[in-house]
Write a protein that binds this ligand. Structure first.
Ligand code: FEO
Length: 396
């Protein structure tokens, strides 16, 4: 996609990345891709806001040159140092060695640690403003959204919030960068939730603090560094991030996430009984085969569910490893304070419960019950499983 005007003198000059299969080396974006949104403000002191991953640096430089003579660039604002935004900095410095880099005190340390950059760095502080001429930038310290050095930049004349990871989402930008020009806005909302649950949800409190800081500003456009630019309804993405952050600590909606994994389909045979038990109460649920589904698609549903069914067998004295991984990631992403039940088969000695008990304590999940069966679930096991699922649904 070519550069796009946000206003007469502010441009999206970002790039789409469809070659990275795992974002951060972890999160599947093979189908969806991701955009690295960079911006250019043309003024007496022309300014770039954020860059991109190094592999897309060449295209970013083309976009910059398309809109400005690089020798005219005065500032580069680094809202966030993660290399998906800072990776192209050495390529930029080759064409604009005169540029002054603006960032937080921690950004200065990271610039040296990541790139050996010590010169032309100017530290800005929370609430500080810098005039570019016709535009004024107002800097907001927003630590841990997503790293400790992170800031957001508010452009006062047009009310544009350059929020970097905050309010961002997966998904390349194809026909348009704007919310009001999408055929399927729900797709981008879901990709924003997936991004939130993969990258940001562990820092829900910092997101809420950032949202409080933003509230008094007259934000007319939210321009994150991934995903859509929200110009028609900026409040929608701000509210969604607030809503998702408020799910932390046991406040998720009354839904169930049914996690199942099975070596030979024996544990999976009980899924209809689980579903039947949930349906009796009419509780909405979503279901994932943890062996078949990438964790990046499971975490959004887990984040949005107050209840969890863990259905998987014992494996070599522990829990089925794909399920252990999901529950360990749930801890890493601070998906605490839920209600759960365990259902699964064992061949001889069992052992899954050792992990389930330990992990429930770590996650502060209230384990309402278990239904273990030796190899095959008998009719009485199925009855117990259905009743246990109903108990879980009723408890929410
Ligand atoms: Fe988009 Fe935390 O980097």
């Amino acid at each position: 996609m070519n550069p796009v005007k946000l206003t007469d003198d502010i441009f999206w000059i970002g790039v789409n990345d469809t070659s990275t299969k795992l974002f951060e080396g972890l999160w599947s974006i093979e189908k969806e891709g991701i955009s690295y949104n960079s911006y250019l403000i043309k003024d007496e002191k022309s300014t770039l806001i954020d860059l991109c991953k190094d592999i897309k640096g060449e295209l970013l430089i083309e976009h910059i040159k398309d809109r400005i003579d690089p020798s005219q660039l005065h500032y580069l604002v680094i809202n966030h140092m993660e290399p998906d935004h800072s990776g192209a900095i050495m390529q930029l410095l080759e064409i604009a060695p005169q540029i002054t880099i603006l960032g937080s005190a921690k950004t200065r340390e990271m610039l040296e640690a990541f790139f050996g950059i010590r010169e032309h760095v100017q530290v800005i502080t929370d609430g500080e403003t810098i005039s570019l001429g016709a535009h004024t930038l107002h800097f907001l310290s927003t630590p841990m959204v997503h790293w400790p050095e992170t800031i957001m930049t508010f452009e006062e004349k047009n009310g544009i919030l350059f929020s970097c990871d905050g309010f961002g989402g997966y998904g390349v930008l194809e026909k348009s960068i704007f919310d009001d020009e999408q055929d399927d806005l729900d797709y981008y909302v879901h990709e924003a939730l997936r991004y939130f649950s993969n990258i940001v949800c562990a820092f829900s409190k910092p997101v809420l603090k950032a949202a409080e800081k933003i509230t008094p500003l007259n934000v007319k456009m939210v321009a994150p560094s991934h995903g859509l630019v929200w110009r028609a309804d900026p409040q929608r993405i701000l509210n969604l991030y607030i809503q998702w952050s408020e799910y932390a600590g046991g406040h998720a909606p009354k839904r169930v996430c049914l996690l199942h994994g099975s070596m030979y389909g024996i544990s999976a045979r009980v899924i209809p009984s689980i579903e039947q038990g949930l349906k009796k109460v009419g509780i909405p649920f979503s279901s994932f085969d943890v062996g078949e589904t990438h964790i990046s698609y499971i975490l959004p549903a887990l984040w949005e569910s107050a209840g969890v069914v863990i259905c998987a067998p014992t494996y070599e004295g522990g829990l089925f490893p794909s399920m252990e991984f999901v529950l360990e990631m749930a801890d890493k992403k601070r998906m605490s304070d839920k209600k759960a039940i365990y259902v699964g088969s064992y061949g001889w000695g069992g052992g899954a419960m050792r992990f389930i008990n330990k992990q429930s304590e770590v996650l502060n999940w209230d384990l309402l019950g278990k239904a273990e069966f030796n190899v095959q679930a008998l009719p009485e096991d199925l009855e117990k499983i259905e009743a246990l699922s109903t108990t879980l649904a009723r408890s929410l």
